[in-house]
Design a protein around this ligand. Sequence first.
Ligand SMILES: Cc1cc2nc3c(=O)[nH]c(=O)nc-3n(C[C@H](O)[C@H](O)[C@H](O)COP(=O)(O)OP(=O)(O)OC[C@H]3O[C@@H](n4cnc5c(N)ncnc54)[C@H](O)[C@@H]3O)c2cc1C
Length: 391
Amino acid sequence: MAETTAANLSSIAPLTALTEEERMFQAAAREFAQKEIRPHVEPMDREGVFHRELMDNFFEQGFMGLEVPETYGGSGGTFFMAILAIEEFSRVDASAGVVIDVQNTLVNNALQRWGSEAQKQEFLPRLVRDTLGAYALSEPSAGSDAFSLAARARPDGDHFILNGRKLWITNAKEAGLFIVFATINPELGYKGITAFLVERDAPGFSVGKKEDKLGIRASSTCELILEDCRVPRANVLGEVGKGYKVAMETLNEGRIGIGAQMLGLARGALEHAISYAKERKQFGEPIAQFQAIQFQLARLATDVEAARLMTYNAARLKDARQPFVKEAAMTKYFCSQVAERVASECLEVYGGYGFTKDYPAEKYLRDSKIGKIYEGTSFMQLQTIAKLILA
Ligand SMILES: Cc1cc2nc3c(=O)[nH]c(=O)nc-3n(C[C@H](O)[C@H](O)[C@H](O)COP(=O)(O)OP(=O)(O)OC[C@H]3O[C@@H](n4cnc5c(N)ncnc54)[C@H](O)[C@@H]3O)c2cc1C
């Protein structure tokens, strides 16, 4: 007990403490989002298109290879830094947030973890430099039950032949490399699932319909069509029949990224609402003077703070190689609830103006809905949490 003195505890940093390098990186990401992303947000949402020049800027500024080691051309940063960037980008635009989220926490991450040295040398420098990646697990009939997938992979000499369809694939319209999951034999259940690195120009591969969505409209979400798609055996990611491990373990980490996306979104919505409440006058004074509005904003700020602590803690656990699966599921579950609540109540702070497209509030609310759906719905997060606390 004597060891728990105030002097000893002063060496334990609070969760929100950042290193000098992290603080500088966070400031740079915030400034980039404000200066470079902000002007694109409204037109990209209206057009339902991600502007290519903005994506090129992400590559040029090193946001597409945050954790990739410098030997492959990356920034050699930590998972926590990727989380900071996703938060800062999503504060301005959740579509921009998910573009770098998929690239860093799913695609680069899976390649770094499961790729052979030859695969890393071939693909990581491209993913850092100019090639967008996508992660293709879901299918029309395999959503929450992801491992019931129907896409088939048949060996054919030194190739595999892939057939099937993938649905809801983020980044697909612009991506050059896809991590595609297919089964070598449905009777093997999850033990048949295999991950493949599929290039956009692979014979038999095409990108199908793009979804017209409620939110994150600038982020592309498309169907993939595999018609006798020929993929070299050398492009199997990890082992044949071990794709379920690639999928599960990558998504466990990715969920912290979605937590960061929802945290950033909630912060952005709240900051706008606070500014508006200080300006908008009714009954002769700014509405921020009314206790009801003050208490509403105070409750939402408390939610955002709790979301930040959970997200940072989960990311720190991951970087420290400590168990984080339960915390990651809790983070995604909680942050997506916070984002929806904050975005919805902030819209009300604007009154009727919040209901129009003249103010950003309605976009934050539309964008917030996706947090409870992708990378495992809220019910799926609860299932994971329940399994772990009852084990
Ligand atoms: C914009 C967007 C982007 C996406 N990006 C990608 C991507 O890049 N890559 C990718 O692979 N996928 C992606 N997805 C797919 C996403 O992960 C799935 O939509 C999600 O996992 C849910 O699957 P589903 O849509 O088939 O819903 P379903 O699984 O059909 O679920 C419908 C409802 O039933 C509930 N439910 C299902 N099973 C259970 C259960 N056992 N217990 C309790 N409730 C249950 C769900 O919680 C949900 O409320 C994306 C989806 C969207 C909308």
